[in-house]
Design a protein around this ligand. Structure first.
Ligand code: SF4
Length: 243
């Protein structure tokens, strides 16, 4: 596929607002552009922008088989309220088949977790992108989340499917996300208000305590108190997955 001058495009995109950035991606990539939705706050923002722009592009959600029922319910509510084209992808194995194949619950161990995330999150998404010939995936990553995300460009390459990722709200703060959701009365994950600022799979997510990082509740079982451990899965290439 055509290669882009990322530096020049990112200079242009930096001057645009989030809606214009989404419109840019949709116009430039047509039906080759999809949104990868986590059903969390930032995904709610971008799904709502798709709705505002009348985009019928695929919105993909990966059902790991371990989600909270509230996550699946939010997906259904978005489809009903905003008439979005949300499609659900599934891993090759059910949780039971995976446990039988590996003879353990992978998510319970430091060594098994990346394998589980790769099989149940990354692979269904990458396979879909390649098999459907898609070239651009929208996402809701933000610089303020730190780590590799702090150095990301709005448009970046994703060599796993020989295409690109675009994060239209890369420069937004938490306050900007909340203000958008409030202003447009957008549906959000009900667990955010119950101590879960970041919601992943049920078996790998706990509420956060006062003063903890917003992602401290993810994979808490894989680290001792005060120790470092995984905070991101392998879904986003920029987080260093290399699936
Ligand atoms: S978050 Fe946990 S259960 Fe979900 S895919 Fe990753 S390791 Fe598996």
């Amino acid at each position: 596929m055509k290669r882009f001058n990322l530096e020049a495009i990112n200079r242009t995109l930096a001057e645009k607002n989030a809606v214009e950035r989404v419109a840019y991606g949709l116009e430039r990539f047509g039906q080759g552009a999809v949104l990868l939705s986590s059903m969390q706050k930032t995904a709610s923002v971008i799904m709502h922008i798709f709705h505002r722009l009348g985009a019928d592009n695929d919105i993909v959600f990966v059902d790991t088989g371990f989600h909270f029922h509230e996550t699946l319910s939010l997906r259904d509510s978005f489809m009903r309220k905003y008439k979005l084209n949300i499609m659900t992808l599934y891993p090759k194995l059910t949780p039971e088949q995976q446990e039988a194949e590996y003879n353990c619950k992978l998510y319970k161990t430091e060594k098994g977790q990346p394998v589980c995330c790769a099989q149940r999150k990354g692979k269904p998404f990458i396979d879909y992108m390649i098999q459907q010939g898609k070239q651009l995936a929208f996402g809701g990553l933000r610089k303020s989340e730190g780590e590799a995300r702090a150095n990301l460009g709005i448009l970046s390459e994703d060599p796993r499917f020989n295409g690109y990722r675009i994060n239209p709200i890369l420069d937004w703060t938490d306050e900007m996300v909340d203000a958008y959701l409030l202003e447009h009365e957008v549906l959000t994950h009900t667990m955010h208000s119950k101590g879960y600022p970041s919601v992943g799979c049920q078996c790998c997510t706990t509420p956060v305590k006062a003063g903890e990082d917003v992602r401290a509740g993810r994979w808490r079982h894989l680290r001792e108190e005060g120790e470092e451990g995984p905070v991101y899965c392998a879904m986003n290439y920029s987080d260093g997955s290399g699936i």
